[in-house]
Design a protein around this ligand. Structure first.
Ligand SMILES: Cc1cc2nc3c(=O)[nH]c(=O)nc-3n(C[C@H](O)[C@H](O)[C@H](O)COP(=O)(O)O)c2cc1C
Length: 183
């Protein structure tokens, strides 16, 4: 099974996870970058104005892949805006796809991700994995935004989250008669 991972990361967490997942699944991995410096203010305006930022690299087609896994943070309940251009550009050549994220989770699960994916890509994801930094922290005192936003995944977090993702992907894709052979 040929897998492509397309990841974007603002503070490094999702890219770290994507790199380990790619090696575990023997997948190709493309990291998305931006020409212009991103600031927290730009994140707010992108979301408020529904913008699609300029990103690199350009990807014309994903028709050679059996599965495309998008990875990136959630911002204000939405998928990080630098992935939007890929959803738009690639939806016609995309077969099965998944979205995987490690986000903050201090305010609970990000309940609008499935409908956003459906709206932007036009079909359901084969798997949707919304994982939270809040679950990596002690439950008491209850983690707040300031605790989750400063957190950088440790090596052991990356390992355990990667194992979790592989397990869910195997189960979800097996249900759809798609087999992850690597690993
Ligand atoms: C402006 C902003 C908004 C955020 N909004 C959310 C959110 O709605 N839900 C959530 O779970 N995490 C939210 N987060 C937390 C990030 O998703 C989290 O820190 C993530 O691990 C960052 O991933 P990265 O290191 O790959 O950029 C937000 C972070 C920022 C900076």
């Amino acid at each position: 099974m040929k897998i492509l991972i397309i990841s974007y990361s603002f503070t490094g967490n999702n890219d770290a996870l994507a790199a380990t997942l790619a090696s575990e699944l023997k997948a190709d991995h493309i990291k998305v970058t931006e020409n212009k410096l991103r600031t927290t203010g730009k994140i707010f305006f992108d979301i408020l104005l529904n913008r699609i930022p300029e990103v690199n690299p350009k990807i014309e087609t994903v028709k050679n892949y059996d599965l495309v896994i998008f990875m990136g943070p959630v911002w204000m309940g939405k998928i990080a805006t630098p992935l939007r251009g890929y959803f738009k550009q690639l939806k016609t050549t995309m077969g099965k796809y998944a979205f995987v994220s490690i986000s903050g989770g201090a305010d609970g699960p990000n309940i609008k991700l499935r409908s956003e994916l459906h709206k932007r890509i036009g079909k359901e994801p084969a798997a949707l994995i919304d994982m939270h930094i809040a679950d990596l922290l002690p439950p008491e005192p209850k983690p707040e935004r300031k605790d989750t936003s400063d957190y950088h995944l440790r090596e052991e977090d990356v390992k355990s989250l990667t194992n979790k993702i592989v397990k869910i992907l195997r189960e979800d894709l097996l249900d759809q008669n798609l087999f992850i052979l690597a690993g």
